[in-house]
Structure formats: C-alpha cells, structure tokens
Design a protein around this ligand. Structure first.
Ligand SMILES: N[C@@H](CCC[C@H](N)C(=O)O)C(=O)O
Length: 327
C-alpha cells in the first residue's frame, strides 16, 4: 500500500504530505521557514515541535511561517494602523509555544520574503532615508532596511523596563539562580516586545562556567515566563566616526527553547540593561558578541531600539509529514 498524498492534523485539517521548507539562521539562531502565503497551513504546536526536532525533524530554535497579515485575526488592528504590513511573521518557539517577537527571526523572515519574491527591504540609497519594509508581528509592526554586507537593520519598536524608574535606579528588580554559578545574582527585567531578564557576570570565566542546559531560576518569574541573558560588559570605545560604541559578551537561555547561539531581542535587552547600569553618558550603540556571531544594537532617540545583523538562507527541501513525529 502506498502512503496517501495528504495527511490530517489532530484538528482535522488536510495538508499535502510533502511540505516545502527553507532553513535559515541569523548569527546561528536557526529557523525552519514555511511559505503559507495562502494561509492554508494548520501549524499546530505538535507540528512545530516535529519540524524543530534536531534528530527526528529538520531542526531549529524556532519555526517561522509567512502568512498574509490580513489572514491573521489577531493582527487586524495592526493592519489598520499600517496597511503596508502585508506579510506577518508567525513565530513559534521549538517547544511549540507562540512568541511575540524574534529579532534574529525578523531579518531571516525578510531574507525569505525576498527569496520568495513577495517583498524587498530598501537597499542603502534607495528611496527616502526613512524608507523601510513594514512587517507584521505579534509585538506590532517592525520596519526593516537592508544594510551593506547582507545585513538588515530592524526598528524593533518601543522598549521599557517593567520595573519602572525604581528598577532603573536600583539596577535590578529580580534575582536569578544559574546552575554552575555559586551565588544568586540581581537582574533587570527588560521588555522589547517579549520578556527578558538580564544579569551581569564578573568575567568571561563566569560566563563559560554557567550551565544553561538547565533553565535559570528567576524570582519573581513573570507570568508568561522570560528569556534570560547573561552578560559581561567589555568596555566602550570611540568608533572611526567618533561615536562611542559599547561592547558586551552574552549567552542566552531562551524561553521555549533552551540555550541558543544567539537571540536578537536578547541582544537588545542586554545592551539596554548594560546601558541602564552605566548611567548618564553611556553609549547608544552596542556590539553584542554571542556564540554565533555579533549583532549591533542602537538605542534611538524615538524611544525605540534598532537591531542589525546578518541573515542566511542555507537550505530548501520537502519534509514528509507522514514520517514526522507530530503526536
Ligand atoms: N531568538 C529570538 C527570540 C525568540 C522568542 C523567545 N524565545 C521568546 O519566547 O520570547 C530573537 O532573536 O529575538
């Protein structure tokens, strides 16, 4: 007997058995990308887990679905404010949970839109300086420009410290216990569309000693959980243009995934926390070194934060849904 050409999900939706995918990454934060321009895919948590599984599936820190914003009921208000946000980044963590935002993912999403011929981010010198591609996300609209060298710069929108002024003054509003480190550390909560908790370590020896195979214990734990960034500030230096640039090294434990080799929103949160701790006169531009590479974070006068970095599409193929463990 031959296998059927369609498979049914638990919800009863029928899918072609062979699902096309693309694999991409941003500083080695890796994703399975799906073209669902017809909004026909029933992307269940089980299907996400199956695709993201590094042994029994394709493997990735997350799954990203391209879908028309108009087909996403929760994005109706977003489209009213920004009709140009035609395409929506439906982001899922490897454990099947939904996340509001992914900073590395949005760059890879745009590279994928360009590969599919669905949209294009303006190149340097194209259109007015403010020209940008609008992308719908659960955290709001994000605006993306291409930079030289295959990088993309993304206006990641407004950020805030959930602990308010008191946390900014004290420098912390939480405590984190990290396996492998001797004492519990103070930490600062930062919201960049999704939740982060950032703690500073004394040096790179401590950063390597941290065991992120186990989830750090955060007190108090935000109701929706949190991503945790471990940072070591590396100092500040004036760039060729005279602008002061700060540098930090970071490791991350992502909500819904575990340790990853990079996290774009995490890099923004890390830079914002270190800048808060440094006080007046601290740089607005930060380079964040992660195990998978380096990204640039810029704190904008508008109250937004910008993230820039590379995006790579490395493979395409078809996955056999009948063979994928989606239970
Ligand atoms: N890796 C992403 C963040 C993905 C979502 C995160 N795990 C969450 O649950 O908030 C990034 O590059 O920002």
């Amino acid at each position: 007997m031959t296998a059927p050409d369609v498979v049914r999900t638990a919800a009863g939706a029928a899918h072609p058995r062979l699902l096309e995918f693309t694999k991409g990454h941003g500083t080695q934060n890796d994703f399975v990308l799906l073209d669902d321009r017809d909004a026909a895919l029933d992307l269940t948590p089980a299907l996400v887990r199956g695709l993201a599984d590094r042994r029994a599936g394709i493997g990735g820190d997350g799954v990203i679905r391209v879908v028309p914003t108009a087909a996403v009921p929760e994005a109706a208000a977003l489209l009213e404010r920004e009709p140009a946000a035609t395409w929506f980044m439906d982001y899922r963590n490897a454990d099947g949970s939904v996340a509001e935002m992914c900073g590395n993912g949005v760059r890879v999403f745009v590279a994928y839109l360009e590969r599919l011929g669905l949209a294009r981010a303006p190149r340097p010198g194209e259109g007015p300086p403010t020209a940008a591609l609008a992308v719908g996300t659960r955290a709001g609209v994000r605006y993306v420009r291409a930079e030289p060298g295959g990088w993309y710069a993304v206006d990641m929108g407004p950020w805030h410290l959930p602990g308010g002024d008191a946390a900014a003054v004290a420098g912390y509003d939480a405590e984190v216990d990290v396996a492998g480190l001797p004492v519990t550390r103070p930490a600062l909560s930062v919201d960049v569309g999704n939740p982060h908790t950032v703690l500073a370590l004394a040096d790179e020896g401590e950063l390597s000693a941290a065991d992120l195979a186990r989830a750090p214990q955060v007190q108090p734990l935000p109701p929706a959980g949190t991503n945790v960034e471990l940072v070591v500030p590396l100092g500040e230096q004036a760039g060729a243009d005279g602008v002061l640039v700060g540098r930090v090294r970071m490791r991350v434990h992502e909500r819904g995934v575990g340790e990853t080799r990079s996290c774009g929103t995490g890099a923004c949160a890390a830079a914002l926390a270190v800048r808060t701790w440094a006080g007046a006169g601290a740089p607005d531009v930060w380079l964040v070194d992660v195990p998978g590479g380096t990204v640039r974070v810029r704190v904008l006068a508008s109250g937004h934060v910008e993230l820039a970095g590379p995006a790579a599409l490395v493979a395409t193929g078809r996955v056999d849904l009948a063979a994928l463990a989606v239970a």
